[in-house]
Design a protein around this ligand. Structure first.
Ligand SMILES: NC(=O)c1ccc[n+]([C@@H]2O[C@H](COP(=O)([O-])OP(=O)(O)OC[C@H]3O[C@@H](n4cnc5c(N)ncnc54)[C@H](O)[C@@H]3O)[C@@H](O)[C@H]2O)c1
Length: 251
Protein backbone atom coordinates (compact mmCIF):
# COMPACT_ATOMS: atom_id res chain seq x y z
CA UNK A 1 0.00 0.00 0.00
CA UNK A 2 1.33 3.47 -0.92
CA UNK A 3 2.06 6.02 1.81
CA UNK A 4 -0.59 8.42 0.41
CA UNK A 5 -3.39 5.86 0.07
CA UNK A 6 -6.54 7.31 1.66
CA UNK A 7 -5.03 10.78 2.18
CA UNK A 8 -6.63 13.99 0.94
CA UNK A 9 -4.42 16.78 -0.37
CA UNK A 10 -4.88 20.36 -1.54
CA UNK A 11 -2.19 21.99 -3.70
CA UNK A 12 -2.25 25.74 -4.35
CA UNK A 13 -0.81 26.92 -7.65
CA UNK A 14 -1.42 23.33 -8.68
CA UNK A 15 -2.26 24.05 -12.31
CA UNK A 16 1.32 24.65 -13.48
CA UNK A 17 4.99 23.85 -12.87
CA UNK A 18 5.98 22.59 -9.43
CA UNK A 19 2.40 22.60 -8.14
CA UNK A 20 1.10 20.53 -11.05
CA UNK A 21 3.97 18.05 -10.76
CA UNK A 22 3.18 17.74 -7.04
CA UNK A 23 -0.54 17.25 -7.57
CA UNK A 24 0.15 14.56 -10.19
CA UNK A 25 2.70 12.79 -7.98
CA UNK A 26 0.48 12.74 -4.88
CA UNK A 27 -2.39 11.40 -7.00
CA UNK A 28 -0.13 8.74 -8.53
CA UNK A 29 0.88 7.70 -5.00
CA UNK A 30 -2.71 7.19 -3.93
CA UNK A 31 -3.93 10.54 -2.58
CA UNK A 32 -7.14 12.24 -3.63
CA UNK A 33 -5.99 15.67 -4.75
CA UNK A 34 -7.65 19.05 -5.25
CA UNK A 35 -5.92 21.96 -6.95
CA UNK A 36 -6.52 25.59 -5.99
CA UNK A 37 -5.39 28.02 -8.68
CA UNK A 38 -6.45 31.34 -10.16
CA UNK A 39 -6.34 29.64 -13.57
CA UNK A 40 -7.33 25.97 -13.60
CA UNK A 41 -7.10 25.50 -17.37
CA UNK A 42 -5.83 22.02 -18.19
CA UNK A 43 -6.46 20.55 -14.74
CA UNK A 44 -8.43 17.36 -15.25
CA UNK A 45 -9.30 14.07 -13.59
CA UNK A 46 -8.26 12.55 -11.29
CA UNK A 47 -7.41 16.06 -10.00
CA UNK A 48 -10.28 18.24 -8.78
CA UNK A 49 -9.96 21.90 -9.79
CA UNK A 50 -11.06 24.83 -7.63
CA UNK A 51 -10.57 28.30 -9.02
CA UNK A 52 -9.55 30.90 -6.43
CA UNK A 53 -7.10 33.74 -6.08
CA UNK A 54 -4.95 33.47 -2.94
CA UNK A 55 -5.13 37.27 -2.53
CA UNK A 56 -8.90 37.06 -1.98
CA UNK A 57 -9.74 35.67 1.47
CA UNK A 58 -13.39 34.94 0.68
CA UNK A 59 -12.54 33.04 -2.50
CA UNK A 60 -9.83 31.06 -0.68
CA UNK A 61 -12.18 30.10 2.17
CA UNK A 62 -14.88 29.04 -0.28
CA UNK A 63 -12.45 26.97 -2.38
CA UNK A 64 -10.89 25.26 0.67
CA UNK A 65 -14.35 24.39 2.04
CA UNK A 66 -15.44 22.97 -1.33
CA UNK A 67 -12.21 20.99 -1.64
CA UNK A 68 -12.58 19.54 1.86
CA UNK A 69 -16.18 18.64 1.05
CA UNK A 70 -15.23 16.96 -2.26
CA UNK A 71 -12.36 15.04 -0.68
CA UNK A 72 -14.11 14.23 2.60
CA UNK A 73 -11.53 16.17 4.66
CA UNK A 74 -7.95 17.36 4.36
CA UNK A 75 -4.67 15.77 5.47
CA UNK A 76 -2.10 17.60 3.35
CA UNK A 77 -1.85 21.26 2.34
CA UNK A 78 0.82 22.30 -0.15
CA UNK A 79 1.17 26.09 -0.14
CA UNK A 80 2.84 26.59 -3.48
CA UNK A 81 1.17 29.45 -5.39
CA UNK A 82 3.67 32.24 -5.94
CA UNK A 83 4.84 34.92 -8.33
CA UNK A 84 8.23 36.40 -9.17
CA UNK A 85 9.71 39.88 -8.98
CA UNK A 86 12.95 41.25 -10.32
CA UNK A 87 15.15 44.13 -9.37
CA UNK A 88 17.14 45.65 -6.55
CA UNK A 89 15.54 47.28 -3.53
CA UNK A 90 15.23 50.50 -5.59
CA UNK A 91 13.42 49.03 -8.55
CA UNK A 92 9.89 48.34 -7.29
CA UNK A 93 7.42 50.79 -5.76
CA UNK A 94 5.30 50.18 -2.66
CA UNK A 95 2.38 48.90 -4.70
CA UNK A 96 4.51 46.16 -6.25
CA UNK A 97 6.05 45.22 -2.88
CA UNK A 98 2.56 44.89 -1.42
CA UNK A 99 1.28 42.91 -4.44
CA UNK A 100 4.06 40.31 -4.31
CA UNK A 101 3.89 39.94 -0.51
CA UNK A 102 0.11 39.59 -0.83
CA UNK A 103 0.48 36.55 -3.12
CA UNK A 104 3.65 34.90 -1.80
CA UNK A 105 3.20 35.37 1.95
CA UNK A 106 -0.37 36.34 2.77
CA UNK A 107 -1.56 33.81 0.20
CA UNK A 108 -0.08 31.06 2.37
CA UNK A 109 -1.57 32.64 5.50
CA UNK A 110 -5.06 32.66 3.95
CA UNK A 111 -5.02 29.06 2.70
CA UNK A 112 -3.51 27.80 5.95
CA UNK A 113 -6.11 29.65 8.08
CA UNK A 114 -8.88 28.13 6.01
CA UNK A 115 -7.38 24.62 6.03
CA UNK A 116 -6.37 24.34 9.71
CA UNK A 117 -9.80 23.32 11.06
CA UNK A 118 -9.80 20.40 8.60
CA UNK A 119 -6.14 19.48 9.19
CA UNK A 120 -6.82 19.30 12.96
CA UNK A 121 -9.26 16.45 12.28
CA UNK A 122 -6.58 14.43 10.42
CA UNK A 123 -4.25 11.99 12.18
CA UNK A 124 -1.55 12.47 9.49
CA UNK A 125 -1.66 16.22 8.88
CA UNK A 126 1.15 17.99 7.07
CA UNK A 127 1.72 21.37 5.48
CA UNK A 128 4.51 21.93 2.95
CA UNK A 129 5.35 25.46 1.82
CA UNK A 130 7.23 26.19 -1.40
CA UNK A 131 10.01 28.50 -0.30
CA UNK A 132 13.18 29.13 -2.37
CA UNK A 133 16.95 29.27 -2.30
CA UNK A 134 16.28 33.02 -2.44
CA UNK A 135 15.41 32.75 1.29
CA UNK A 136 18.90 31.58 2.22
CA UNK A 137 21.31 32.92 -0.43
CA UNK A 138 21.75 36.47 -1.67
CA UNK A 139 20.78 36.44 -5.33
CA UNK A 140 21.30 39.54 -7.50
CA UNK A 141 18.24 41.56 -8.57
CA UNK A 142 15.80 39.58 -6.45
CA UNK A 143 15.33 41.88 -3.42
CA UNK A 144 11.53 41.81 -3.27
CA UNK A 145 11.15 38.14 -4.23
CA UNK A 146 13.84 37.11 -1.73
CA UNK A 147 12.17 39.12 1.05
CA UNK A 148 8.91 37.26 0.45
CA UNK A 149 10.65 33.88 0.53
CA UNK A 150 12.60 34.82 3.67
CA UNK A 151 9.20 35.51 5.22
CA UNK A 152 7.94 32.12 4.01
CA UNK A 153 10.92 30.43 5.67
CA UNK A 154 10.29 32.16 9.02
CA UNK A 155 6.55 31.55 8.74
CA UNK A 156 7.25 27.84 8.20
CA UNK A 157 9.23 27.64 11.45
CA UNK A 158 6.65 29.63 13.42
CA UNK A 159 3.76 27.55 12.10
CA UNK A 160 5.67 24.34 12.85
CA UNK A 161 6.05 25.48 16.48
CA UNK A 162 2.44 26.58 16.82
CA UNK A 163 0.88 23.41 15.48
CA UNK A 164 3.26 20.60 16.49
CA UNK A 165 1.17 19.76 19.56
CA UNK A 166 -1.91 19.53 17.38
CA UNK A 167 -0.16 16.84 15.34
CA UNK A 168 0.31 19.05 12.30
CA UNK A 169 3.80 19.04 10.75
CA UNK A 170 5.01 22.08 8.79
CA UNK A 171 8.06 22.08 6.51
CA UNK A 172 9.25 23.83 3.37
CA UNK A 173 11.22 23.05 0.22
CA UNK A 174 13.85 25.44 -1.12
CA UNK A 175 14.18 24.88 -4.86
CA UNK A 176 17.00 26.31 -6.93
CA UNK A 177 16.12 27.43 -10.45
CA UNK A 178 13.51 24.94 -11.63
CA UNK A 179 12.57 24.40 -15.25
CA UNK A 180 8.89 25.45 -15.12
CA UNK A 181 6.67 27.68 -17.29
CA UNK A 182 7.66 30.53 -14.94
CA UNK A 183 11.34 30.22 -15.83
CA UNK A 184 10.30 29.81 -19.48
CA UNK A 185 8.61 33.22 -19.29
CA UNK A 186 11.67 34.73 -17.60
CA UNK A 187 13.98 33.37 -20.31
CA UNK A 188 11.65 34.56 -23.09
CA UNK A 189 11.87 38.07 -21.67
CA UNK A 190 15.70 38.07 -21.50
CA UNK A 191 17.66 39.85 -24.27
CA UNK A 192 19.52 36.57 -24.99
CA UNK A 193 17.43 33.62 -23.67
CA UNK A 194 20.08 30.98 -24.49
CA UNK A 195 22.80 32.93 -22.64
CA UNK A 196 20.44 33.50 -19.70
CA UNK A 197 19.61 29.77 -19.51
CA UNK A 198 23.33 28.90 -19.67
CA UNK A 199 24.05 31.36 -16.82
CA UNK A 200 21.28 29.88 -14.65
CA UNK A 201 22.52 26.35 -15.35
CA UNK A 202 26.12 27.28 -14.57
CA UNK A 203 25.02 28.72 -11.20
CA UNK A 204 24.04 25.24 -10.04
CA UNK A 205 26.83 22.77 -9.18
CA UNK A 206 24.94 20.02 -11.04
CA UNK A 207 25.20 22.17 -14.19
CA UNK A 208 21.50 21.91 -14.98
CA UNK A 209 18.18 23.29 -13.84
CA UNK A 210 16.12 21.46 -11.23
CA UNK A 211 13.05 19.68 -12.64
CA UNK A 212 9.53 20.26 -11.35
CA UNK A 213 9.31 16.50 -10.70
CA UNK A 214 12.37 16.67 -8.43
CA UNK A 215 10.77 19.42 -6.33
CA UNK A 216 7.50 17.46 -6.27
CA UNK A 217 9.44 14.43 -4.97
CA UNK A 218 10.81 16.51 -2.09
CA UNK A 219 7.37 17.94 -1.28
CA UNK A 220 5.91 14.41 -1.25
CA UNK A 221 8.72 13.26 1.05
CA UNK A 222 7.88 16.00 3.57
CA UNK A 223 4.11 15.50 3.23
CA UNK A 224 4.27 11.73 3.65
CA UNK A 225 3.26 10.11 6.96
CA UNK A 226 6.57 8.22 6.62
CA UNK A 227 8.23 11.56 7.59
CA UNK A 228 6.21 11.80 10.81
CA UNK A 229 9.24 12.98 12.84
CA UNK A 230 10.16 15.80 10.44
CA UNK A 231 8.82 19.26 11.20
CA UNK A 232 10.24 22.77 11.07
CA UNK A 233 12.78 21.94 8.36
CA UNK A 234 13.74 23.43 5.00
CA UNK A 235 14.76 20.88 2.38
CA UNK A 236 17.05 22.23 -0.34
CA UNK A 237 16.28 20.97 -3.86
CA UNK A 238 18.79 23.14 -5.63
CA UNK A 239 21.42 21.03 -7.37
CA UNK A 240 23.85 21.80 -4.53
CA UNK A 241 23.62 25.57 -4.97
CA UNK A 242 23.20 26.41 -1.28
CA UNK A 243 25.58 23.98 0.32
CA UNK A 244 28.47 23.37 -2.08
CA UNK A 245 31.50 25.53 -2.89
CA UNK A 246 33.17 24.01 -5.95
CA UNK A 247 36.52 25.04 -7.39
CA UNK A 248 36.45 26.14 -11.03
CA UNK A 249 36.55 23.22 -13.48
CA UNK A 250 40.11 21.96 -13.96
CA UNK A 251 41.45 23.19 -10.61
N1 LIG B 1 10.65 27.89 -10.90
C1 LIG B 1 11.63 28.20 -10.05
O1 LIG B 1 12.81 28.36 -10.42
C2 LIG B 1 11.34 28.32 -8.56
C3 LIG B 1 12.42 28.32 -7.67
C4 LIG B 1 12.17 28.45 -6.31
C5 LIG B 1 10.88 28.56 -5.85
N2 LIG B 1 9.83 28.55 -6.74
C6 LIG B 1 8.48 28.68 -6.20
O2 LIG B 1 7.71 27.60 -6.67
C7 LIG B 1 6.33 27.98 -6.70
C8 LIG B 1 5.73 27.56 -8.02
O3 LIG B 1 6.46 28.16 -9.07
P1 LIG B 1 6.50 27.57 -10.55
O4 LIG B 1 7.89 27.78 -11.04
O5 LIG B 1 5.90 26.22 -10.60
O6 LIG B 1 5.59 28.68 -11.30
P2 LIG B 1 4.36 28.57 -12.33
O7 LIG B 1 4.16 29.99 -12.77
O8 LIG B 1 4.63 27.51 -13.34
O9 LIG B 1 3.15 28.11 -11.40
C9 LIG B 1 2.61 28.96 -10.41
C10 LIG B 1 1.13 28.67 -10.28
O10 LIG B 1 0.62 29.53 -9.25
C11 LIG B 1 -0.60 30.08 -9.69
N3 LIG B 1 -0.82 31.37 -9.03
C12 LIG B 1 -0.07 32.49 -9.12
N4 LIG B 1 -0.64 33.49 -8.44
C13 LIG B 1 -1.78 33.00 -7.90
C14 LIG B 1 -2.82 33.55 -7.11
N5 LIG B 1 -2.80 34.84 -6.75
N6 LIG B 1 -3.82 32.76 -6.71
C15 LIG B 1 -3.88 31.46 -7.10
N7 LIG B 1 -2.95 30.88 -7.87
C16 LIG B 1 -1.90 31.63 -8.27
C17 LIG B 1 -0.42 30.27 -11.20
O11 LIG B 1 -1.68 30.38 -11.87
C18 LIG B 1 0.35 29.00 -11.56
O12 LIG B 1 -0.54 27.94 -11.89
C19 LIG B 1 6.31 29.48 -6.41
O13 LIG B 1 5.96 29.68 -5.05
C20 LIG B 1 7.74 29.91 -6.65
O14 LIG B 1 8.10 31.04 -5.89
C21 LIG B 1 10.04 28.44 -8.09
Amino acid sequence: MSDFEGLRALVTGGASGIGRATADLLAARGARVAVLDRDTTGVDRPLIAHRADVTDDASVRAAVERAAEDLGGLDVLVNNAGIGAQGTVEDNDDTEWQRVFDVNVLGMVRTTRAALPHLRRSDRAAIVNTCSIAATAGLPRRALYSATKGAVYSLTLAMAADHVREGIRVNCVNPGTADTPWIGRLLDAAPDPAAERAALQARQPTGRLVTAAEVAGAIAYLASPLSGATTGTALAVDGGMQGLRLRPVGQ
